[in-house]
Design a protein around this ligand. Structure first.
Ligand SMILES: Cc1cc2cn([C@H]3C[C@H](O)[C@@H](CO)O3)c(=O)nc2[nH]1
Length: 219
């Protein structure tokens, strides 16, 4: 008789600043058949019923941050809930970095005001308890703001042309407080920090640390 293995997959969230190399990291692991990879749903944010919410965000952050972060929270929840029979599930970012890094930064910069953040936070608290969103490992691609700034300029994503070094420094601080110094919000799982300033030619050995960790899980 076939016994369906209904165990949840070992779930890893990949966190890091804009330009920290998350996509490159995911591409490295995409080749393994045991890994279900869910990239950040940027295309959904660019086309929500025909609206480019990502473009709106950068054109007028005060007007569109609530709309954008509200949709991000929905799309990240959908990723957390994707079922897979594969033993490992890798998510690019999460409902946690949405709340603890991006929304927190918008609050600190007074782009989102307290009443708006309260509504997003009530949704966040409800969703993470109602849906029992479990995470087993956080991979933190730790970078220097100056390094990611150069990468963002080189990548030249059309919506990000207004991105400043200061924005990346502030977002870096939010990640550092959450995942490295752990002086802000709680971490939903163990954090494995990788040096993601390394360029593509040498970062493979950093990935090895994560690969070894994952192989001990799946055996
Ligand atoms: C969870 C989460 C991801 C995320 C990305 N972004 C922006 C940063 C980048 O310019 C783009 C793709 O990551 O979307 C955001 O403003 N808020 C976010 N929240």
């Amino acid at each position: 008789m076939m016994t369906s293995k209904s165990t949840k997959p070992f779930t890893v969230i990949i966190e890091g600043n804009i330009g920290s190399g998350k996509t490159t990291f995911l591409q490295h692991f995409e080749k393994y058949k045991d890994v279900c990879v869910l990239s950040e749903p940027v295309e959904m944010w660019r086309d929500c019923a025909g609206h480019n919410l990502l473009a709106n965000l950068y054109e007028n952050p005060v007007k569109w941050s609530f709309t954008f972060q509200s949709y991000v929270q929905l799309t990240m929840l959908q990723h957390h809930l994707v079922a897979t029979t594969k033993p490992i599930k890798l998510l690019e970012r999460s409902i946690f970095s949405a709340r603890y890094c991006f929304i927190e930064k918008l609050l600190r910069d007074e782009i989102l005001l307290a009443p708006s953040v309260s509504v997003l936070n009530e949704w966040f608290k409800y969703l993470i308890t109602k849906f029992n969103i479990s995470v087993d490992l956080i991979v933190y691609l730790r970078t220097s703001p100056e390094v990611v700034y150069e990468r963002v300029l080189a990548r030249n994503r059309k919506e990000e042309k207004s991105l400043s070094l200061q924005y990346l420094k502030d977002l870096h601080d939010m990640h550092e407080k959450w995942l490295f110094y752990k002086t802000a919000f709680s971490c939903p799982a163990h954090v494995l920090t990788l040096n993601a300033d390394l360029d593509k030619s040498t970062i493979e050995k950093e990935y090895q640390k994560c690969q070894d960790h994952l192989l001990t899980i799946t055996g």
